[in-house]
Design a protein around this ligand. Sequence first.
Ligand code: PLP
Length: 384
Amino acid sequence: MKIGLHEPLFKGNEKKYLLDCIKTNWVSTSGKYLNLFEKKIKKITGSKYVVPVLNGTIGLHISLITLGVKNGDEVIVPSITFIASVNSINYVGARPIFMDVDKYLNLDEKKCIEFLQKQTFMKKNICHNKKTKKAIRAIVIVHTFGNAAKFDMLQNLCKKKNIKIIEDAAESLGTKYTSKKFKNKHTGTIGELGVISFNGNKIVTSGNGGAVLTQDKKLYKKCRYLVFQAKDNNVNFIHNEVGYNYSLSNISAALGTAQLEMLNSNLDKKNKINKFYSDSFLKVKGANILQSPEYSKNNKWLNLLVLDKPLSKKTRAIFNSKTIQFRPIWYPNHLQKKYLHCQKFKINYANKIFKKIICIPSGPNLRNSQLKKICNFLKKALND
Ligand SMILES: Cc1ncc(COP(=O)(O)O)c(C=O)c1O
């Protein structure tokens, strides 16, 4: 069987909880597993409030609406991220401004600060873009591949400029800061809102699923209200705002709850996988495993092999392998057809690095024999 990039591992209470939903008829947008799921996420992340949603993309969409980002506004986002971080900005009629990334493939904090200092002005306490004269209402900070992004200084500036922060923590469940200003904080709990994904390829899964985190009661209430169809009166069907049917189901929450019980064991396993790969490529010339930042304890969601040179046409054949699944990283979003017209600021590193990276299998179910096979396969492909 082909080794997948990131397959889920079901060895806990998944079946038991799913059958319980069917037996008790609690299969839709309320039920005890939704409550348990919410409680577990609160405990793991330390977040005061949690709203379970249908998936991470929807989590980002509803977060932008909750913060009042609307048609004609602008939102800052790094170019290297899964396209959902960018499309969600498009959904509300706003336009992305693309930023470069740092050596961990997270938003380049320094360049972003430079942009805000030199290219924006304040009018009526709203930050405006000098070039377009549009309001910059928010920034999406992505914790890419499970590595915590550095944004402690940027956060201060965003406060001054009244720019709201949404953390896209889709990939970073289990990742916490260990030093400085954000010490002991879980990714996704620092900005106004944070979003986690429970897609099948994440560290734990609810099938399709997501959660919005916030420490602000008002934002929590608004987000929950919008997610549940903006119901103002349950009996008479009064809806004073346009709401959405974005809540997670009890069935997905049942699967997610059982999976969250396995989070610590998956985190352990992922640390071991990362160590195996790092050691294995330690002495290989021209290739190394991307290391995580030292200011945080990272979940090691996906391992990336970084080459000194862009992948050759021959090496790219590994992406068609029938035995092991490899993938390049995302194509930079400022180069995507739908976003070519959008503003970008001094993007340099992203343009080069995306051609040099191979995403390698990292699921918690991988055995040592498979890890060896993957390393041998890669070493041979790079040598040929
Ligand atoms: C960085 C990032 N943001 C957002 C999403 C969207 O999450 P979902 O697939 O649950 O919609 C994903 C991944 O799936 C992601 O990797």
